[in-house]
Design a protein around this ligand. Sequence first.
Ligand code: UD1
Ligand code: MG
Length: 430
Amino acid sequence: MSNISVIILAAGKGTRMKSKKPKVLHKISGYEMLYYSISEAKKLSDDISVVLYHQASLVESEMKKHFDDIKFVIQDHQNYPGTGGAVMNIETSYDKVLVLNGDMPLIDANELEKFSQLDGDIVMSVIKMDDSSGYGRVVIKDNEIEKIIEEKDASLKEREIKSVNAGIYLFANGMLAEYLPKLSNDNAGEEYYITDVIELAKNDGFKIVPLYVKEENFKGVNSKYDLAMAEVIMQNRIKKRFMQEGVIMHLPDTIYIDADVKIEDESIIENGVRLLSGAKIINSHIKANSVIEDSTIENSSVGPLSRVRPKSVLRDTLIGNFVEVKKSILIGVKAGHLSYLGDSEIDEGTNIGAGTITCNYDGKNKHKTIIGKNVFIGSDTQIIAPVVIEDNVLVAAGTTVNKDVKKGSLAISRTSMKTVEGFYDKFFKD
Ligand code: UD1
Ligand code: MG
């Protein structure tokens, strides 16, 4: 860990996001944007300050769910709005300060390390872009930065500049302390711009060098469109890593995977699958259009069109189309079609017929269903929990199981069927 302090800017209102939620709390692949900036910063610094203002207590409490060693600072936004105002009066442990925007969820620590490797009083990230709209334009001469012009303040000619400010800066040699008091808000937004520190330092003869970076790591998210595009990049990274580790994916562009999901061994993930936070897939085949959330699937086959809801474990199990499993443990089970298995434990060798429903909810409370080994549940069975079906039981199709069934028994509940000969013609034709 280098001797470097990090300040993450997250106080802005995020007006362009058009949302009641603070911009940095919008999620990408299961985590808030700000979560990513903080976790990458933690890899290179033990002194991290996050600057907040709009809905500060909400942002702080959400981040405290992930981190307990981060400082939160409230910007004096009323008097000092803007990215320059945000870094004023922040105490840092080290002389070198890396400033990040909190709306850059795609950055990674390896890229951040590169700022310290360049020699300059200020090192600033620059992206070369065909379409530079939305960003501050950077004027560079002889590989040194002269100034940054915000889009709002730029002339038509300046808007054509293709080098843009990616929003990450390393300030060395006391540059922030020296120039922050000298900032003015004499610009189109009437804000204090951190980017003006650069022009002031340059005019005093300090060396400001660009670090050229790739858009796909430094993309700023300002709108819901940017959010979706950043997520595409993040998704591609997540899926590429799994495929490199040996996972097979059909039509990966149609698969969605949250950032904390684990997939092991030679698992197969078919098109349209969603693997949500907490899912762990081990040596399994997840067929088309299935959804799995916060559950472990091991040596099993799921789908097509199955849904596994939180806190479930499937081991050596097969579930087929339109089977929904919730908070259940299925070991060595087959449930091929059209079933709801909730709050249940089902053991080895058991077959669940089509249309089986565990009636786990009585309108007030949830109750458990326990089914033993080698049980055959006939189609269209309702199992009214709480109930225990012991090993080696046969439940006849259409049964309503409303009491425990002892080992080795048959359970059957049926009204006897009758037939009325000649009824059809009488009813329809007469
Ligand atoms: C900023 C840069 C721009 C750069 C772009 C890269 C300035 C003046 N402009 O513009 O040159 O191309 O980032 O993405 O810095 N924030 C605060 N307090 C404030 C205002 C903003 O903490 O008073 C935070 C925001 O929460 C956000 C970050 O600073 O995380 C950047 O603010 P934003 O409004 O997105 O700046 P841009 O217009 O994108
Ligand atoms: Mg921005």
